[in-house]
Design a protein. Structure first.
Length: 55
């Protein structure tokens, strides 16, 4: 259960960071950077989830 929450949090944080980094490029740049950030957050969150001990 906690692993799922970690993945959701990582996706949200990655998307937020991407959105703010892409903001100089306008709305479309923010969107694409947010998608890339969320994808990176998903990747890192899954790696972290696999390192956690099983419930």
């Amino acid at each position: 259960m906690i692993g799922t929450l970690i993945v959701f949090a990582a996706i949200s944080v990655g998307g937020m960071i991407g959105w703010f980094l892409g903001s100089p490029g306008g709305t479309m740049g923010s969107y694409f950077a947010g998608v890339c950030g969320a994808s990176l957050g998903l990747y890192l969150g899954r790696k972290l989830q696999k390192r956690l001990p099983e419930d």
